[in-house]
Ligand binder design. Structure first.
Ligand code: FES
Ligand SMILES: [Fe+2]
Length: 400
């Protein structure tokens, strides 16, 4: 055995790497999210956030692209939100151009009208209406934490998971970011705490001492997904990953302190996703106002800076180095994550990854997805995941 082959041989002997994962096609399926793909079918078994509720104005339908498919989302006069198919079945106009009439949506072109359950209820140009024979797809919608969730799995939806971690004194801050890299790449990034010490140098994580020691990661499967821990000295940082694509952890913002960070990663298509983030900010009254003003100032400042993804493209292209990006940018952590994710390529073959024990959280997520996708492929029941309401996180710094 020569030295060049040694690393690969060592990796192949690591049981954590291969348990439950043997076929190349399974890895590739992590990245395909359309309705016929295994990962797409898995994701469709769970409620997915699709829109920030307050951004959906009455009378202003929107076209959404989620998991490689297009949809129409609109709010009826009662305030209820409805999600139906993207296209009018008459002659194919994009339905989001239509008008909201009561609880229904009327096609802009010839007025075919659909209710929130996708039933055609009017065909004003037809002397003999056959509306009762015409339906379009519809999807259940619920609101939670200011986000609109939809269920794409057909049939009766499961219960929408609810956590009581946000029940204390404070407020929920919502953010959504379209990120041009695959959802699974982001999922792996967000549970991988060892990358803080490298990708997130020159950031708030240095300031709070998180990067002083490389954490030792452990994890185990739970009723809802997995619990993960990062041990730094005698401090343990605990986070929760919920199958198949959301998570809860504590995050630290410079000068603003700690918050609970709930985030869903929802594919737009195979190569991009939206991160819907609901942060619980432990501030009330004047403190909350100061926080909000600080966030508004950061947003205003960002608007005057070179767009984040432009910098990422330049780093990937070798036109600049990541460490040349000013560390005081409000979005520096996201930029570092974007470099880490985009730089892997959108179709990376994970089969050839050489994983070690520090990748055990990533390995477990791959195993869980693979196991569930394999069950789907073979027509066996998937695990019935249960989300307890009372999960808590620990920060892992200063023994908290
Ligand atoms: S295309 Fe919609 S009513 Fe004609
Ligand atoms: Fe990161």
């Amino acid at each position: 055995m020569d030295d060049e082959t040694a690393p690969a041989r060592v990796a192949k002997l690591d049981p954590e790497r291969f348990t439950g994962i043997t076929e190349r096609t399974r890895y590739e399926d992590f990245l395909s999210v359309g309705p016929a793909s295994l990962a797409g079918r898995l994701l469709r078994m769970f409620w997915q956030p699709v829109f920030v509720s307050e951004n959906l104005k009455a009378g202003r339908p929107v076209r959404l692209r989620i998991m490689g498919e297009n949809f129409t989302l609109y709010r009826g006069d009662s305030g209820a939100a409805y999600m139906v198919g993207a296209i009018c079945p008459h002659r194919g106009l994009q339905l989001s151009t239509g008008r909201v009439v009561g609880e229904n949506i009327e096609c802009f072109y010839h007025g075919w009208t659909f209710d929130g359950r996708g039933q055609c209820v009017a065909q004003p140009c037809e002397q003999k209406s056959f509306a009762h024979k015409v339906t379009i797809p519809h999807y259940p919608v619920r609101e939670y934490l200011g986000l609109l969730f939809a269920y794409f799995g057909g049939g009766d939806p499961p219960e929408l998971p609810v956590l009581d971690v946000f029940a204390g004194e404070g407020f929920v801050e919502l953010r959504e970011e379209l990120r041009p890299w695959p959802v699974f790449t982001q999922i792996e990034n967000s549970v991988d705490e060892t990358h803080f010490n490298f990708a997130h140098r020159r950031t708030k994580f240095d300031d709070i001492g998180m990067n002083k020691a490389i954490p030792v990661l452990t994890c185990e499967e739970t009723d809802y997904g997995l619990i993960r821990r990062g041990q730094r000295g005698d401090s343990v940082r605990t986070g929760h990953f919920f199958m198949p694509n959301w998570s809860l952890s504590s995050i630290y913002e410079h000068k603003k302190g700690w918050a609970e960070h709930l985030v869903w990663r929802v594919p737009v298509d195979d190569a991009s996703h939206i991160s819907f983030m609901a942060d619980f900010i432990y501030k009330t009254g004047e403190d909350a106002e100061i926080y909000r003003r600080g966030q508004a100032a950061a947003k205003e400042r960002l608007a005057g800076l070179v767009p984040a993804m432009k910098l990422v493209e330049q780093v990937i292209a070798g036109e600049m180095h990541a460490d040349d990006i000013p560390a005081d940018r409000p979005d520096i952590v996201m930029i570092q994550d974007a470099i880490s994710c985009v730089g892997q390529g959108a179709t990376r073959d994970r089969e050839n990854d050489i994983l070690g024990a520090s990748d055990r959280v990533v390995s477990l997520i791959r195993r869980l997805w693979t196991r569930e996708m394999r069950a789907l492929a073979e027509g066996r029941p998937a695990k019935r995941w249960k989300t307890p309401r009372d999960l808590r996180t620990t920060k892992g710094v200063n023994s908290q």
